[in-house]
Design a protein around this ligand. Structure first.
Ligand code: NI
Length: 137
């Protein structure tokens, strides 16, 4: 980080009170720390909206006994090989599996992969956690 900038902010009293309560609840250091965190959250959203290179994780929950489901998931992941960094498969119980797929690439591709996986018959839940490569943070 190249230096520090100080600036004043005017806030509605009620909003300020809620902001202060949030800082305490989340255990953030102080108001400057809080603003930095909130701004970075928005910058990551901008990265995802602007087509920059992003990083994230897709999680899937499914029953591996469902016919053809595992093969279909594998086929789709091979189609997106350049986007996928790694995947981890966890056997939650006798039926259910948790799969976590780490991705790096454009937001559009990550969403397309997530949508393709989510649409496979037998998928119980699918999420895309959108994060950043960290280069500009
Ligand atoms: Ni499993």
């Amino acid at each position: 980080m190249a230096g520090v900038v100080r600036f004043g902010i005017s806030l509605d009293k009620e909003l300020f009170a809620r902001f202060s309560a949030m800082i305490t609840k989340r255990g953030w250091k102080n108001r400057s720390d809080a603003f930095g965190r909130l701004i970075r959250e928005e910058l990551v959203k901008e990265e995802w909206a602007s087509g920059q290179e992003c990083a994230g994780a897709i999680t899937l929950i499914y029953d591996h006994h469902k016919r053809e489901l595992v093969n279909r998931l594998m086929d789709i992941q091979h189609d997106f090989g350049a986007l996928i960094l790694s995947s981890q498969h966890i056997h939650l119980d006798h039926h259910n599996c948790l799969e976590v797929i780490a991705v790096k690439g454009t937001a559009g591709l990550a969403r397309r992969l997530t949508d393709a996986l989510r649409s496979v018959k037998g998928i119980k839940h699918a999420t895309l956690s959108m994060s950043t490569t960290g280069k500009d943070m």
